[in-house]
Design a protein around this ligand. Structure first.
Ligand code: SF4
Length: 317
């Protein structure tokens, strides 16, 4: 008897997708620290927001903690890619802990800008999402009260500032490009003298992944975004897909797939947030292949070749 014919499903796979240079570097730092110092190596906070990555590193000997107090004396600790308030390395130094900073260099750049702007007497309006570790880390670079969080255009309309003539703005690196432009437009209208150190601080990886989703959104019936609900850039990919006219769902692993989603669906878009490894994309395609005759097509909007240097002392580990 012939095997039943599987329905055809076309997959448009967005490129760039998945790991960015900052995530790649942060994971390498933990791996190399384990090689160099031996397990366990402590990591303050999830090194990147992806359960698969965290579980893989745990299996290699990483122990993830929320605060430094949980790190015993005499063992190395790594700070996550999102960055940490200045008080954290200061406290580690006070305790004599050796630490490795896996903060993405693009986040560190925002930290240095924040310090410079405050030193120059400017109050900073910071566009970002309350509670995100990157926002907490950036606020922790300057004295309390020198920076005000603005989450959206509505808050930009009402935010009050100490002196409109001495203002600057900075942004989280993983925001929606379109939402940030809307928030900035309000700030620029209300505070024409606001200093812009650059167009914004949304990183190349966030920008490129959102552009890649926009390029395929109108051609697919459903967009699957692989990423964690804690991952800001992954959540933004879902929003970008929906705004550009398609249904979109965030999944962490292929086993979360519900084949009921595919009723009447002929073309599916696939992308992955900056902290999701390619292996999870391949796992998803394999899962879909169990049910469908899949036809894969990668749609590349820009080639990425960004690589960040490792901290000194780890390259030769
Ligand atoms: Fe760095 Fe951007 Fe990746 Fe965040 S998403 S780690 S800012 S490159």
């Amino acid at each position: 008897m012939n095997a039943p014919v599987k329905p055809v499903l076309e997959l448009l796979i967005a490129a760039p997708r998945g790991f960015c240079a900052g995530v790649d570097r942060a994971i390498r730092i933990v791996e190399l620290a384990i090689e160099k110092y031996g397990a366990p190596v402590y990591v303050r906070h999830e090194i990147v927001h992806n359960k698969f990555v965290v579980d893989t590193l745990k299996a290699k000997g990483a122990i993830f903690v929320v605060e430094l107090d949980e790190v015993p004396d005499g063992v190395p600790v790594v700070f996550s890619a999102h960055g940490v308030p200045k008080a954290v390395p200061a406290k580690a130094a006070e305790r004599g802990l050796s630490y490795l900073d896996a903060t993405c260099p693009l986040v560190s750049k925002v930290h240095r800008q924040a310090e410079r702007l405050v030193a120059a007497g400017r109050h900073i309006l910071f566009i970002g999402h309350a509670g995100h570790p990157e926002v907490i880390g950036t606020f922790g670079q300057v004295p309390e009260g020198e920076m005000t969080l603005v989450e959206n255009p509505a808050q930009a309309e009402t935010v009050s500032v100490p002196d409109p003539g001495k203002l600057a703005f900075l942004t989280q690196t993983t925001l929606s490009v379109d939402d940030t432009a809307a928030t900035l437009a309000v700030l620029r209208r209300r505070f024409p003298a606001i200093l812009a150190p650059g167009p914004n601080d949304i990183c190349y990886a966030t920008t490129n992944r959102q552009s890649a989703v926009k390029a395929i959104a109108s051609s697919v019936d459903l967009m699957l975004v692989i990423g964690s609900p804690k991952s800001s850039n992954s959540m933004r990919l879902v929003e970008v897909a929906v705004r550009n006219g398609t249904c979109a769902t965030l999944i962490q692993r292929a086993d979360e797939l519900d084949f009921a989603w595919f009723d009447g669906v002929g073309t599916v878009g696939i992308t992955a947030g900056a902290s999701a490894p390619e292996l999870l994309v391949r796992e998803l395609v394999a899962k879909l292949s169990e049910r469908f005759e899949v036809i894969e097509r990668e749609v590349e909007t820009i080639e990425e070749n960004v690589v960040f240097k490792l901290p000194r002392g780890l390259e030769a580990a």
